[in-house]
Ligand binder design. Structure first.
Ligand code: NAG
Ligand code: NAG
Ligand code: NAG
Ligand code: NAG
Ligand code: NAG
Ligand code: NAG
Length: 797
């Protein structure tokens, strides 16, 4: 048992140290790891099972072990080029059943093993270039790769190709075969895979040393639908070109020479081999053309199918002799398309150009052509390019727009003059009426004029210095004016047919639905990277305006960045937020005003409801009264101030006054009707009267409670009661009053009524004398200075 545990421990340790020894790749995203150039010596640990792309190129891998990819079962792409891999375990790729792309190029594999590919049933792209193997395994190497589309194989050491090497492959679309040192090729080997659309051959050695071998290979891959590319080869002698006999017989239509060195005579030899063939397109690219002639120049007798010659980025050391080459009469009249790009061409004499009578497409872009040279090429406007549809003279040394050179070209549709330096355009031009496309981008134009032809459908004026664009072009459908300094969307009314406008990278401040609606046909607008002023209208338009608009935005929303106001600078117009005040000033102000008004009304309402004004008046009056000195007993003018409601004046005048004033001794009453100073403020009068009276007599009734100014009297006494706490109040109840009907603010009255007895006007006449007696006693001024005794002793008076 103990031994078992120990073993487990050891196993665990081994396992741990194994996984620990795997380096980490620090540049992984969710499903892909690019561990290129990290000096890795072993395959790194898998960060997750979901990794589909693993780039291990440019590391120091030497050996691929059995378990290296055990954790990478989801891989679709495995890139391991430019390592030093010498050995790959037979079963290293077994888990990779989903693998679609495998790049093992530029390693040190000396042997290829069929075992590697056994499980790679999904593989579509395989690159085995640049290794040290001499043969393609033991045969049937690629047999399991039923889905393979591109196969790159070969290298400096590859010696031989046998017939069984490609068995099982079909459906290949591209083959790159590096056989620069190939010695042995079994006829028919590549024919096995059937016609392949693109075949690239690097057969420097065979072309130089064993042309029969080269021809055998060629004859296996040629096909009318196959584009043949020859790369990394020096074609320096005419005799090297004999293998092209196979291309002639195979009906090859398109040949590309890329990254080759070729002499003029070798090129002519090639053309002669292809004389009368079906060759329609020849391309020479990224190469060097040496003007070395062995013997005289012999041109092919007939190149009836040749339509296009493409010469791109070709270094011609003695380039001034170059025009002489294509001055050949048998070759040029058949050409329909000529491209001479980036070849330092500075001239094509009118006489040579004149032979290109069937020319439809002429591309001289990226050369050294000046205004004069162009005049020469175009024979001063009298050229024979009757069928010419497209001319591309972009990126040359033109300084003026000379439309007269093109006036007579009735078929001319497209002119690309971009990348020259014009600065200005003439006011009037003479373009052919067929002109549809004009590219004047990057030409430093500062102004547009009516030189622009009304027939234009596509106009590119991007990357100039224009500030306005306002030339009417009724047929225009596509307008490119990005990279200028335009501050307003051009008036849509001038471009009724325009469908697409690109105006990125200008000084546009805003886009509005209205300005877009001026365009009758516009469906797509690209206007990012402008200096937008993110006003409320603009933001609103950006966030919601597009959803239902006929015009859609063609570029990315996130490129619509605010330049101002400051609070939004640098933000996307979709994310920018402005405050309500910035957006709806008028509305916000009216809302604010109505708010204030509302609060005011509310306060007023509350004041009314809770009699605030009344309280304030009362307080003021009371404060004034307080400041007056209090009268002494002897100074009192009246025995009682009678406070009553006018409605009760009948009772007061008929009963109370006669009874008290005519009594013995007579009591002096103060009645508001009789004794108030006319014209004085009622409150003053009341206070005065109360001040000057020994008692205050309240005649309580329902009327009293409802009467406004009785309230003052009552309340003033309130304050006094509160203030002095003396007993100057006498209450007479004319009729029974429910205490709850007394308003709350007369809390004192309620309390007084609760705490004190009051005199009740009796219903029973027999009780009346007793009532008067009690009343008199209550009012009477005492002779002594004793504290008053009110004899409200009986509630049932
Ligand atoms: C990985 O990064 C290198 C540059 O570090 C780059 O050249 C290569 O294309 C990248 N590989 C993939 C698969 O993106
Ligand atoms: C890889 O090694 C080279 C040379 O030793 C060194 O210059 C480079 O910085 C290393 N790269 C990394 C990613 O460690
Ligand atoms: C890989 O190695 C080849 C041959 O040395 C070299 O031409 C190529 O540029 C290298 N590729 C990269 C991506 O470094
Ligand atoms: C070449 O390809 C075209 C379609 O691209 C096809 O119609 C034609 O049959 C092919 N020719 C041959 C000889 O396979
Ligand atoms: C003209 O040539 C340039 C490349 O030099 C190319 O980008 C452009 O598309 C060509 N113009 C036309 C109209 O074919
Ligand atoms: C105009 O020319 C420029 C530069 O050659 C090119 O990038 C652009 O795509 C051309 N415009 C159109 C509409 O083809």
């Amino acid at each position: 048992m103990r031994i078992f545990t120990f073993l487990t421990f050891v196993l665990l340790l081994i396992h741990q140290s194994f996984s620990l020894s795997r380096p980490q790749c620090h540049s992984c995203e969710q499903t892909s790891c690019n561990c290129s150039g990290q000096n890795l010596t072993t395959v790194p640990a898998a960060p997750s099972k979901l990794i589909t792309q693993l780039d291990l190129s440019c590391n120091e891998l030497r050996t691929i072990m059995k378990d290296d990819f055990a954790a990478f079962a989801s891989l679709r792409s495995l890139i391991m080029n430019n390592n030093s891999i010498q050995k790959i375990h037979e079963q290293a790729f077994v888990p990779l059943t989903n693998l679609e792309k495998l790049d093992l190029s530029f390693n040190k594999l000396e042997m290829l093993s069929a075992g590697w590919f056994e499980n790679l049933v999904s593989l579509q792209h395989l690159n085995l270039l640049g290794n040290k193997y001499k043969m393609l395994g033991q045969g049937n190497l690629f047999q399991p790769l039923k889905k393979l589309k591109t196969l790159y194989f070969g290298g400096p050491e590859l010696q031989s190709v046998r017939k069984s090497d490609f068995s099982g492959l079909s459906g290949l679309e591209e083959v790159v075969f590096d056989g620069k040192n190939l010695k042995d090729y079994k006829r028919g080997s590549l024919r096995e895979v059937g016609p392949v659309k693109y075949v690239t051959l690097g057969l420097n050695g065979p072309f130089k040393e064993n042309q029969v071998l080269a021809e055998t290979i060629l004859s296996d891959v040629v096909h009318p639908n196959t584009t043949l590319t020859f790369t990394d080869t020096r074609f320096t002698k005419d005799t090297y070109m004999s293998p092209f006999r196979a291309a002639y017989h195979g009906g090859t239509t398109s040949v590309i020479f890329k990254n080759v060195v070729m002499t003029i005579s070798a090129f002519l030899a090639f053309m002669n081999w292809m004389s009368d063939s079906r060759l329609s397109m020849v391309t020479l690219e990224d190469s060097k053309l040496v003007l070395r002639l062995s013997g005289g120049m012999s041109f092919p007798s007939s190149m009836g199918h040749l339509e296009a010659i493409v010469v791109k980025n070709v270094d011609v050391p003695a380039f001034y002799l170059f025009p002489a080459l294509i001055g050949d009469e048998s070759l040029l009249p058949v050409l329909r398309r000529v491209t001479v790009q980036k070849c330092k061409v500075y001239l094509l004499p009118c006489e040579s150009a004149a032979t290109l009578t069937r020319l439809e497409y002429l591309d001289f872009s990226d050369n050294l052509i000046t205004d004069m040279a162009l005049s020469n090429i175009m024979c001063n406007g009298d050229s024979d390019f009757r069928l010419l549809q497209t001319i591309n003279i972009s990126r040359n040394y033109l300084h003026s727009i000379n439309s007269q050179l093109f006036t007579k070209l009735n078929e001319l549709k497209n002119i690309d003059m971009s990348g020259n330096i014009f600065h200005k355009m003439p006011d009037i031009c003479y373009w052919p009426p067929s002109l549809h496309f004009l590219n004047l981008s990057s030409t430093r134009l500062t102004k547009v004029t009516t030189c622009l032809p009304v027939s234009l459908r596509v106009l590119d004026l991007s990357d100039n210095d224009l500030t306005v664009f306002n030339i009417e072009l009724p047929s225009l459908t596509d307008l490119y004016i990005c990279g200028n300094k335009i501050s307003h969307l051009p008036d849509g009314g001038l471009y009724p047919s325009v469908v697409f406008v690109s105006i990125q990278n200008n000084n546009l401040h805003t886009i509005s639905s209205k300005s877009l609606n001026d365009y009758n046909s516009l469906t797509s607008l690209e206007a990012g990277a402008n200096t937008f002023v993110c006003s409320c209208d603009f933001i609103a338009f950006m966030t919601t305006g597009w959803t239902n608009h006929r015009v859609t935005i063609g570029d990315e929303f996130k490129s619509y960045i605010c330049e101002s106001p400051d609070s939004t600078r640098g933000k996307s117009a979709l994310d920018a937020r402005l405050s309500v005040f910035e957006c709806h000033t008028a509305l916000a102000f009216s809302l604010l005003c109505s708010g204030i008004l509302l609060v005011f009304l509310l306060v007023a309402g509350l004041c009314h409801k809770f009699s605030v004004l009344w309280y304030m008046k009362m307080t003021w009056a009371w404060l004034r009264a307080k400041r007056k000195p209090k009268l002494k007993k002897g100074e009192l003018e009246y025995d009682a101030f009678v406070s009553y409601s006018d409605m009760d004046s009948g009772w007061v005048e008929t009963y109370l006054v006669p009874e008290l004033e005519q009594a013995e001794p007579p009591l002096q009453l103060c009645l508001h009707k009789r004794d108030f100073v006319p014209g004085g403020w009622i409150l003053d009068n009341i206070m005065d009267a109360i001040e000057k009276s020994h008692r205050t007599l309240f005649v309580l009734s329902q009327h009293f409670i409802r009467s406004e100014w009785c309230k003052y009297e009552l309340d003033y006494t309130h304050f006094r009661l509160f203030d002095q706490n003396d007993d100057t109040v006498v209450l007479i109840l004319l009729e029974p009053i429910d205490k709850d009907t007394i308003p709350k603010k007369f809390c004192k009255l309620r309390r007084v009524m609760n705490s004190r007895t009051y005199l009740e006007w009796p219903d029973d006449d027999g009780q009346i004398p007793r009532f008067w007696h009690s009343l008199r006693t209550a009012i009477k001024r005492p002779e002594t200075d004793h504290k008053d005794h009110l004899e409200f002793d009986n509630t049932d008076v």
